[in-house]
Design a protein around this ligand. Structure first.
Ligand code: HEM
Length: 451
């Protein structure tokens, strides 16, 4: 095993069993605290905290939950109740027939061609990030914060682009307020704590949600009236979208809920992927040098464009490895609808089935030196068990925006590394903290030196 100093930041997982109050306290600070260390050494860990729950870290069982028996394992009510006030019965939340027609209608939005058409917007956002770094001068920059800004630029531009009525800052503020409010609640519900456990302020900041919906509704109506203009963005494509089976199209409320879903599901997750990738590149200068050599070779002096993405395999490996070590969606949960058997163990109807992606990705049963940063492990993708690596989930509910996110991350990371050498600021390592998503608490403070 490599010495701890040669490992990037990680959370020492718990070794003592916790009672209900202890886990409540622990999860309030960091959901990762409720994952026991044995979850990285065993395929399945079960317990009871109010409700019976099972953590599953076994590729075959994951495949059963996410693919083979998917109808038996809908998303847990918790996640849905949490997000419904903001994004309605959208793609992310709906089940059964209502999910299916929306997924079919939205699928073409994320086709390779459509995502590639949006690449110039990603390149431009990467350039603006470089300008902000330059403007910060010799001072260290919190790249976590800058990446949130950069990915919001992208998602705002590809959803409500060019509509005069759209106030990007207002929507950004409303969404961030909502996510931090929702995050506080999720901790308590994740393990299915019983209803008598007191929750802090179960009040969604109603004003923020209303404001967000109003702005989005106006943008949808304005676009419907105006029609597409130039390269179709996500809103144009969704307006055109139609379920090929039922011919059903989305009404304004459905369009708005799905657009907000794309923003909520896609913006912070992609920012985190980039923030952690940059942290890791600063942590391991050899990796960074090799990445820059690849980027120089392919791009010369220019920024990365859509067509370059397939020619930057090492950049992609760094992103894949960052998504392994710090999966933004660190925990996925489902509720069993029928009795079942997973890893030879009984699962009862109503039990919570948790896929702690963070622990799966650090399982000693599945990965060599799981806590070490080694992008090369992804050089041969076929050698990796598909259900051992689930940053985007899998099966029919797999992330619809995965290729959009990967393209965006490659374009931004490659452009930044082509312009700057990043080094860590001593004593300012981020802490991996998961509330709704796995964030680098304290920020990713890096020195950026022009190259
Ligand atoms: C690196 C960035 C991203 C990560 C790590 C990520 C992760 C995930 C995961 C794990 C799921 C499945 C959740 C579950 O099964 O419980 C999911 C679903 C989803 N994601 Fe992403 N996502 C990312 C980017 C995006 C982007 C850019 C968009 C849209 C523009 C997006 C839209 C969605 C939607 C709509 C769903 C629900 C799909 C369905 O249920 O049919 N995501 N994402």
């Amino acid at each position: 095993m490599p010495p701890a100093a040669s490992l990037p930041v990680h959370i020492p997982l718990g070794t003592k069993p916790m009672g209900i109050w202890a886990s409540l306290q622990a999860s309030r600070r960091n959901v990762l605290n409720i994952i026991p260390a044995i979850a990285t050494r065993q395929p399945m860990v079960s317990g009871r905290t109010g409700k019976r729950w099972h953590m599953v870290m076994d590729p075959a069982a994951n495949r059963r939950v996410l693919l083979e028996e998917v109808d038996n394992y809908p998303k847990s009510l918790v996640t849905k109740n949490l997000l419904r006030p903001a994004i309605g019965e959208s793609l992310f939340i709906a089940e059964g027939a209502h999910w299916r027609w929306q997924r079919r209608a939205a699928a073409p939005v994320f086709s390779h061609r459509n995502v590639m058409n949006l690449a110039p917007i990603m390149t431009a956002a990467a350039e603006r990030s470089c300008q902000r770094i330059a403007a910060a001068g010799p001072r260290a920059v919190d790249m976590a914060e800058d990446m949130v800004r950069t990915t919001f630029d992208v998602i705002a531009e590809v959803t409500f682009s060019g509509d005069g009525t759209f106030d990007a800052d207002a929507v950004h503020g409303a969404i961030d307020a909502y996510i931090s409010e929702a995050g506080k609640i999720s901790l308590f519900d994740l393990l299915g704590f019983p209803d008598w456990v007191p929750r802090p302020g179960r009040v969604m900041s109603g004003g923020a949600v209303k404001q967000m919906k109003r702005v989005a509704d106006e943008a949808v109506e304005a676009r419907r009236a105006r029609g597409p203009d130039g390269v179709p963005d996500l809103l144009d494509l969704l307006l055109e979208g139609e379920d090929p089976k039922t011919k059903r199209q989305m009404n304004t409320a459905e369009l708005r809920d799905n657009l907000l879903t794309f923003i909520v599901a896609g913006h912070e997750t992609t920012a985190l992927t980039l923030a952690w990738s940059l942290y890791l590149c600063a942590f391991d200068q050899e990796v960074q040098d090799r990445a820059r050599a690849e980027v120089r070779d392919v791009l010369g002096d220019r920024a990365c464009e859509g067509a370059d993405v397939e020619n930057l395999p090492y950049i992609r490996q760094i992103i894949d490895e960052a998504l392994r070590l710090y999966p933004p969606a660190g925990v996925i949960s489902r509720t069993a609808q029928a009795d079942d058997t997973l890893c030879g163990r009984e699962v009862k109807r109503g039990d919570t089935v948790i896929l702690p992606i963070y622990a799966l990705h650090r399982s000693h049963l599945l990965w060599d030196d799981p806590d070490a940063f080694r992008p090369e492990r992804f050089a041969d993708r076929k050698a990796i068990d598909r259900y051992a690596y689930l940053p985007f989930g899998d099966g029919p509910r797999i992330c619809i925006g995965a290729s959009f996110a990967i393209q965006e991350a490659v374009i931004i990371l490659a452009t930044l590394l082509n312009r700057y050498r990043f080094t860590p600021v001593k004593g300012r390592n981020p802490d991996p903290v998961m509330i709704l998503t796995l964030r680098p608490e304290g920020g990713v403070w890096l020195e950026a030196e022009a190259v």
